[in-house]
Design a protein around this ligand. Structure first.
Ligand code: COA
Length: 162
């Protein structure tokens, strides 16, 4: 496949996108967000975006921002479209937009067991700064979260085009 066939389009998440987003969410997490949580994010003015491949929603991200800090609240690529570089592209987009908006720090939480997501975050320059004990629900009770931070000044604008 030609590399350019892999590019995704990233657009603002709309109410009409919610059924697709919730479908991907349910297939991706043991404890998925419901549609109302996504709707609240839209109403709260968070940065809510969808990643599209040929008009099909293949992923999404939610980012809250206040002053010079941002927090990635949800970040997901549809199971059938993983390992194609879409996660990289979506994260690059969030980092670039944050830099444009003057954000200096981007935080996120991740399950320590989520090796793949952690590998991606580290590749982008995120560093583990803390642990939040018993942050996530888990089949055996609770699981800690690792907290990661990226100083956006640490990196230049990423070489991507939208
Ligand atoms: C994390 C997630 C967004 C990554 O999306 P993706 O589109 O598959 O990511 P990409 O294809 O851009 O990149 C995946 C990277 O992980 C690497 N990877 C794949 N499997 C891996 C594994 N088992 N261990 C370590 N790294 C792995 C790939 O090599 C690739 O890195 P590289 O291309 O730089 O070598 C996706 O797996 C996902 O949506 N997971 C479920 C939701 C989730 O966990 N979100 C994060 C919550 S904090």
């Amino acid at each position: 496949m030609h590399v350019f066939d892999l590019d995704i389009e990233i657009t603002k998440m709309l109410e009409v996108d919610l059924p697709s987003v919730v479908g991907i969410e349910r297939n991706s997490y043991d404890y998925p967000w419901n549609e109302n949580i996504f709707r609240d994010c839209l109403l709260s003015g968070y940065t809510c975006v969808v990643a599209k491949k040929s008009d099909l929603i293949v992923g999404y991200a939610i980012l809250s921002s206040a002053l010079n800090e941002a927090h990635i609240l949800n970040f997901c690529i549809d199971k059938g479209y993983r390992n194609l570089g879409f996660g990289h592209q979506l994260l690059d987009y969030l980092i670039n937009q944050s830099k444009v908006n003057g954000t200096e720090k981007i935080f996120l939480e991740v399950r320590p067991s989520n090796i793949k997501a952690i590998a991606l975050y580290i590749k982008k320059g995120f560093e583990k700064i803390a642990k939040r004990p018993s942050y996530y629900r888990h089949i055996n009770g609770r699981e800690d979260a690792d907290v990661y931070l990226l100083y956006t000044s640490k990196i230049g604008y990423l070489d991507i085009q939208y």
